[in-house]
Design a protein around this ligand. Structure first.
Ligand code: ATP
Ligand code: MG
Length: 462
């Protein structure tokens, strides 16, 4: 039977089609199908040697916890769960120009300075370009081994022979090319085959492997989605190019938690760690503006204070709902609750919501801060500058408990806030978080109370 010599592969999810179409049925992305040649099949199976027996063992046994190599960059180590694990593969993804190469060069150089053998393979930039960056970052003296290469076969042969390697950085996996796979570098087949080969080497030779990967919306380059299943950890480096700080977030980690974030600031000397993100996120806050409220949030185990801003404007035509840094669906729900349960009339208004600084908030605990920002904007009364908010809002308008109240309160106190607006203590058995004595606690049971307080303030001011 004649096989088709070409197929169309979705560069987003890897689904294969015999014919081109504009939209991938599997993941729904548009314009992601790219023609690739069908790989030559290996010879008939009959000739292969019979398989060997697989040995099974019990769950108990001598297995030490993975010895981790701390990179020396605390924010990166935190996200990794304590450092790089030997014989593991990590994918670092992110938008173009966000700072992936900078971060990995800094980590590689720091590790090399700690007398670990580190190999850095750049497929994207020449040796000169990487050297220039190293000089700018003040890392030129680090005993790092640098190469510019894209041929996976060559890289594999080198790694096979190299001894005591602690870390190999591949920047980026989209530029790697494996002969025998008949598609261009960056296509799903190439990326998958190259990554498979490199990961296999990492496991057999015992080094930690970092693959840098691009994410683009245009499907011309294979998104690292197909890689996510192959690696042990996936980190995303995100941030708004208009802002100087960057967030490193783990979305998958076989050796640690996935809810930690690392916060960095992009400077001309590279990425600087931000030990106190709250101070950075609140740095440009102006008190006494209606529609702004400070949310005492939690990212992983870390309390982070953020400013939530709301703006209401009379709508011409269909009201707009625009959200940056929060979920649109969640805002729609909260607006409905405020309208139905607290009598706040917002239906004829455009609503704009922004989490200042470019961080994305995923916690329901932000509901109360968003409600406060909206109520403040509606009443045209500023929230008190020394107050933080946290609490989840239910569909009947009740304000519900959230986790880690104490950590949130402590962080608020540390940054000079003197009042916290939080969910009412449960009648039975609910423990109130022990707060620093200087912090005044204002318990709210229902969003209507919050809305009424702003409205009363507005009447008083008039
Ligand atoms: N001379 C400089 N001074 C200050 N910042 C610089 C300088 N050169 C580069 N940068 C910063 O570094 C960023 C680029 O970083 P980097 O090359 O590490 O990104 P990347 O994620 O690896 O990009 P790519 O996807 O293109 O590989 C730029 O967006 C810029 O903010
Ligand atoms: Mg780069």
């Amino acid at each position: 039977m004649a096989k088709p010599s070409h197929r169309y592969v979705c560069q987003n999810c890897g689904a294969v089609y015999p014919k081109w179409s504009g939209r991938c049925d599997s993941c729904g992305e548009w314009n992601t199908l790219v023609e690739e040649s069908v790989e030559a099949r290996p010879g008939p199976v009959a000739k292969a040697a019979p398989g060997k027996r697989v040995a099974f063992v019990g769950l108990q046994g001598e297995t030490a916890p993975p010895p981790r190599a701390a990179t020396g960059i605390a924010e990166l180590d935190r996200v990794l769960g304590g450092g790089l694990v030997p014989a593991s593969a990590v994918l670092v993804g992110g938008d173009p120009g966000i700072g992936k190469s900078t971060l990995m060069l800094q980590a590689a150089a720091t590790l090399a300075r700690a007398e670990k053998r580190v190999l850095y393979v750049s497929g994207e930039e020449s040796v000169e370009q990487v050297r220039l960056r190293a000089r700018r970052l003040g890392l030129a003296d680090a005993p790092l081994e640098l190469a510019s290469a894209i041929n996976v076969r060559d890289i594999a042969a080198t790694l096979e022979a190299a001894r005591d390697v602690a870390l190999v950085v591949i920047d980026s996996i989209q530029t790697m090319w494996l002969d025998g796979v008949e598609s261009a570098p960056g296509t799903v087949s190439q990326v998958r085959a190259a990554a498979f080969e490199l990961i296999r080497l990492a496991k057999s030779r015992g080094f930690a492997l970092v693959l840098v990967g691009h994410v683009t919306k245009e499907g011309t380059i294979a998104g690292p989605r197909v890689l996510e299943h192959m690696v042990d950890a996936v980190l995303y480096f995100e941030g708004d190019r208009g802002h100087q700080f960057r967030i490193l977030r783990a979305v998958k980690n076989r050796f640690g938690a996935t809810d930690e974030i690392g916060v960095f600031e992009m400077t001309d000397r590279g990425l600087a760690e931000v030990a106190n993100p709250s101070a950075l996120f609140l740095a440009e806050r102006r008190g006494n503006v209606a529609g702004s409220a400070v949310f005492a949030g939690l990212e992983g185990t870390r309390p982070v204070l953020l400013e939530v801003q709301a703006l209401l404007a009379s709508a011409s035509g269909t009201p707009r709902r625009a959200v940056v840094g929060w979920e649109t669906g969640r805002l729609a729900m909260l607006l409905a609750v405020l309208e139905a349960r607290a009598g706040l009339r917002l239906s004829g208004l455009d609503v704009y919501l922004n989490v200042a600084g470019g961080l994305r908030v995923g916690e329901p605990a932000a509901d109360l801060a968003v409600a406060a920002a909206l109520a403040s904007a509606a009443a045209d009364q500023p929230t008190s500058a020394g107050t933080v908010y946290f609490g989840e809002v239910g569909l009947s308008g009740e304000v519900r408990q959230v986790a880690q109240g104490e950590a949130r309160l402590k962080e608020a106190h540390k940054l000079g806030f003197d009042r916290a607006c939080l969910p009412r203590r449960l009648a039975r058995g609910g423990a109130r978080p022990t707060a620093p004595a200087a912090l005044e606690l204002d318990e709210v049971g229902h969003v209507a109370d919050l809305v009424a307080a702003f409205a009363a303030e507005s009447v008083r001011a008039a």
